[in-house]
Each structure stands twice: as structure tokens, then as C-alpha cells.
Design a binder for this molecule. Sequence first.
Ligand SMILES: Cc1cc2nc3c(=O)[nH]c(=O)nc-3n(C[C@H](O)[C@H](O)[C@H](O)COP(=O)(O)O)c2cc1C
Length: 307
Amino acid sequence: MVARPDMSVDLGRLVLKNPVLAASGTFGYGQELADFCDPALLGAVVVKGLSLKPWPGNPPPRIVETTAGMLNAIGLQNVGLESFLKDKLPWLVERGVTVVVNILGESVKEYAALAEGLGEAEGVAMIEINISCPNVAAGGLAFGASPEDTARVVQAVVEAARQPIMVKLTPMVSDIVTVAQAAVEAGADVISLINTIPAMAVDLENRRPALKNVVGGLSGPAIKPVALRLVWQVAQAVHVPVVGGGGIMTAEDALEFLLVGARAVQVGTASFVDPRSPLKILEGIEAYFRKNNIPELSVWAGSLNME
Ligand SMILES: Cc1cc2nc3c(=O)[nH]c(=O)nc-3n(C[C@H](O)[C@H](O)[C@H](O)COP(=O)(O)O)c2cc1C
């Protein structure tokens, strides 16, 4: 048995102590769940999507449970850049948390301004670009819907930022590989996927859509097989590290994502079920490696047997 497997992971310009990240929007700003799960023990915490100005989000109900998952239509609610730097980031830095900031905007300019603002901050280890947001100039389609728009936004952020860049892909494209490749060519250090899948639920009793916004993002176990397929496809097609997620509830789920080629994983909806989930998943991966004599993460990652 291996005494202590090496769980560290190399994400290009950033080395993480372990491969388990809390996914954006499901772990707040780290502080909210700290009584249950010490964010400093995780590979990194991806904080709630940040915009230049504060956003109030959508009216309730904006979260609903569905078969094997949940739907959310939070609507980009967040405190905005200035308040994040002043009120949220210092706590994370003091605790020794590896912070990844997920950014969103309605124009390329807005993404670049955010990257510039974050570039001056101490303690932001990486920027994750959420390209599932409406590209208003192109008529409301998400930036991530086309390789060209993806490249434009990634390039602008890469030029404006000091930190390494992770680009988070939406599953809502016909060919995810071309979008991933466009992001890498534009300078992405890391690719992460997947974001939620647009979906709908109905409240039969009231004969109404279950969400005020009608359509929300589906997450949780229901999307895991889709996510696994997309992570597998992208990991084979790009030379940069891939961070996988979507429906990871257990260490076994995480081990599957690592096997198909993810270098690290993001845990989202599981934290709503049990806020200790990211730590339990980390402990479970480590225990599995110990039991199966796997000395380090890199031996496991991408070792799917295709014969
Ligand atoms: C309530 C909620 C809020 C989210 N907010 C964001 C966000 O601000 N930015 C982002 O890129 N992804 C956001 N996501 C997507 C998650 O980070 C994750 O990619 C997705 O939920 C799939 O993983 P999971 O099945 O483990 O939850 C959110 C998800 C949920 C459930």
C-alpha cells in the first residue's frame, strides 16, 4: 500500500495541492460553508461568477429540485468587482485559500476590464472565464456558442490578465472540440467543463413553470454521463490541462472524470446535498489510491483503458 499518494496537480502555470475544486456558484465566496468544509484544504475554490458591477439576480423561485439533479436560474447575482476585492478576497487570502475567480460579462470589453481589475489584486491564483453568458452585441447568444466569439473573449482576457486563464465551456454547442481548440489557440492555460444545461421544470399544482425565469441550468447526477463524454472528447483534442465536472457526487464519480482525461475536478451540486462533499471526495480519492497502490495522481489521470 502507498503510504501517502502525491495528490498535487500541475495546471500549467499553477500547481494545486490536490485535484478537488469547489465549482463556481455552489460554494459562495468560501466563507459561507467554512464551518463545514475548510476551503484551504481544497485544491482551489472557484468563487461565484463576478461581474464588473453588482447584479441582483433573478426573482424567486430560482432553484428547484428535479429527478437526479437541480435547476437554477440565479441570474448572475454577485457583489461586483469592487466589493469582491474589498469584502470577500481578504478573508480567503488570510485563510490561505487558493482562489480562482470566475468572471462574466456582456461584452468583450467588460471581460477585459474585470481581468485587469483582478490583475492588480494579490491572492487571485487564476481566472476562470465563464463564456455561457449572453453576448449582447451578437444578439444574446452566449460567447461560448461559437469558436470565433470564444477566441475574441479569451484573447482579450489573456492580454489584460496577469494570472493564468481557465476557460469554462458550455455543453450547448454542436462541436465542443472546435470551441476548446479556439480557446487554447487564443491563449487559455486550462479548459474546464461543463457548465449547466438549459432545462425546464413544471409545477403541476399551480400549472406554472417551476422557475420564475422558466428556463434554468440543469446540474447534478443527471448531467454526469454527458459531462464525461465531453471531458473525454476535449481532453483528447487539446494539449492543455482539462478540469472536469458535472454531477460529481462521490469519489468514484471524480475518479471516472480523472480517468477519462481530466487533470482535476470541480464539485458543484454535491455541496448543496452535503457541504462537506468536496472534502469527502478528496479523502475518497486518496483512500482509493492508497488501497490500489497508485503513487500519484498523474499515474491515474487519463489512463482509461480503450482496448
Ligand atoms: C446554484 C448554481 C450557481 C452557479 N453559478 C455559476 C457561476 O456563477 N458561474 C459558472 O461558471 N458556473 C456556475 N454554476 C455551474 C457550476 O459551477 C457547475 O459547472 C455545474 O453546476 C455542473 O456541476 P455540478 O453538476 O457538480 O453542479 C452554477 C451552478 C449552480 C447549481
